[in-house]
Ligand binder design. Structure first.
Ligand code: GLU
Length: 491
């Protein structure tokens, strides 16, 4: 079968990281089978519509490195791919359903519906349902109401006492009783379809034959099956995917625990390939030890059969951190530098100093292993770019006294001042400094930590001789002298 899958987001807010997982699975399944992946915008709920959300979700999906064969921006044989531009189509099918007796006009006022609900609640009904009041209207009555311009909706006429069942590829056989299904509104009084009508019409029109979506949509599926049957259309294959939850809990993802919008992970400095790799494992695994997957490898190995049959999968934020570290370390330093620059431009704050490419690539070589997100670069490397003013208490905290700290720095100043430029390389600096400290009777820790603070203002940095080499003789000496002055002014 020629596979066609889709993702059908509603532009109601920022694109959720869980939706990106679902999108990734649909994308991979289509690609694996040589089929198409379609993006469709389901913007029929005008009350929840958020201005700009469509543009932003399109952008973030692209920023994650994914794309679609047909969609709102690139079109395709079933264009338009935005539901608000397809209203005629839904109206036509709603009327067709009325003609066939599978749907009916309903003119009930809001007041009547509210009191009906109230009454059913008071009687202790587990869920409220429309009472098919308008199904009893005669054809003439309906025509009269329509002519007089009375507001109406079109409802699905759900038959009583029937079983709707289907085979979910992940969950197995699923059964619903029609007695539990409300006469769902299909077409609203504003002329817009509801999700249920629009999704079925479009999935059919766009020849979608595999639907993978979050398990929260499972209760909607029997309604859709009733519609497919009523319209005489083939029912697509369904796979309902487990939802994401915070690790260690049973609650869905929470802003209190960290980001949930896909874009926020990018702005925090996660690499798209690390994010995708992490998402691949949220509900699927290859059944091997392999954890690092490129998108291509994933497409190759992905199968719906290996999707976990569970309600919730754990969103382990630490694991995402781990993935990102792996990708940061595994990326060529020049490529990584260009990614950092791009990130700073897009999401970061301008640090207020120049970051020249050659120099920054060398800086990056020293901190690449310590970075876990792109955002780490600037806070980890400030002292490579600007002068430092070490905190005196830290500067003196490694030697017994400030006098001794200043003596240590003077020894370094003296030695380094005599080193030739050829000797100003990490290995020679390392050797010369160790000999010097041993000869002068200082403990390596007090000496090198004091030197580290003088050069960087920090206590945790890459190897000190690499820093000296990169800063260069002049800058290193001037920082050492600055700290000596600072200490002398004190004593
Ligand atoms: N528009 C629905 C959403 O917002 C689509 C659900 C589905 O995949 O059927 O997710």
């Amino acid at each position: 079968m020629h596979v066609r899958t889709r993702m059908a987001p509603s532009p109601t807010g920022e694109y959720h990281i869980g939706s990106m997982r679902t999108l990734l699975y649909n994308y991979a399944f289509a690609k694996k089978n040589g089929g198409e992946f379609i993006l469709r915008i389901e913007d029929t709920d005008r009350e929840r519509f958020v201005e700009g959300a469509t543009e932003r979700l399109i952008q973030v999906i692209k920023d994650y490195g994914l794309n679609w064969d047909e969609g709102p921006d690139n079109g395709g044989p079933h264009a338009p791919y935005v539901q608000s531009e397809r209203l005629e189509l839904y109206k036509k099918q709603a009327e067709e359903l009325v003609r066939k007796g599978n749907a009916y006009y309903c003119f009930c006022s809001k007041e009547r519906l509210d009191s009906l609900r109230e009454e059913q609640r008071n009687k202790g009904y587990p869920s409220t349902k429309y009472d098919k009041h308008c199904l009893a209207l005669t054809g003439d009555e309906v025509q009269k109401n329509l002519k007089s311009g009375k507001p109406y909706v079109i409802r699905l006429n759900v038959p009583a006492d029937q079983e709707v069942s289907f085979e979910d590829i992940v969950l197995g056989n699923i059964k619903f009783s029609t007695n539990d299904i409300d006469d769902q509104v299909l077409l609203k009084s504003d002329g817009y379809p509801t999700y249920h009508l629009a999704v079925v019409v479009d999935d059919h029109e766009m020849e979608i034959n595999y639907i993978m979506r979050g398990v929260e949509w499972l209760p909607s599926t029997p309604k859709h099956i009733l519609l497919y049957n009523a319209l005489g259309w083939d029912i697509p294959a369904y796979a309902h995917l487990p939802l994401l939850k915070e690790k260690g809990g049973t609650k869905k993802l929470s802003k209190r625990m960290g980001s949930i919008a896909a874009v926020d992970f990018l702005s925090e400095g996660y690499l798209p390939e690390a994010l995708l790799n992490f998402l691949m494992f949220l509900g699927w695994n290859p059944g091997t030890e392999k954890e690092l997957y490129t998108l291509e490898e994933f497409i190759n190995d992905f199968s719906i059969e290996r999707i976990q049959k569970t309600d919730l999968v754990s969103f382990d934020r630490e694991k995402l951190f781990w993935y990102n570290g792996q990708y940061i370390r595994g990326t060529d330093v020049k490529v990584l530098w260009s990614r950092i620059k791009e990130w700073i431009q897009k999401y970061g704050e301008n640090p207020g100093y120049e970051m020249e490419d050659d120099y920054s690539t060398k800086v990056l070589t020293l901190v690449q292993d310590r970075m876990r997100v792109l955002a780490d670069f600037i806070p980890l490397t400030g002292y490579f770019y600007h002068e430092v003013t070490p905190d005196e208490s830290i500067l003196t905290s490694f030697a017994e006294s400030s006098t001794r700290a200043s003596e240590i720095l003077k020894v370094f100043e003296n030695e380094y001042g005599n080193l030739t430029d050829e000797k100003w390389v990490s290995s020679d600096l390392d050797k010369a400094s160790h000999e010097l400290i041993a000869g002068a009777g200082y403990k390596p820790k007090e000496a090198f930590m004091t030197l580290r603070v003088a050069l960087t203002g920090e206590t945790a940095t890459p190897p000190i001789f690499d820093i000296l080499a990169l800063l260069g003789k002049q800058k290193s000496l001037s920082r050492i002298r600055y700290s000596i002055k600072l200490l002398e002014a004190r004593s």
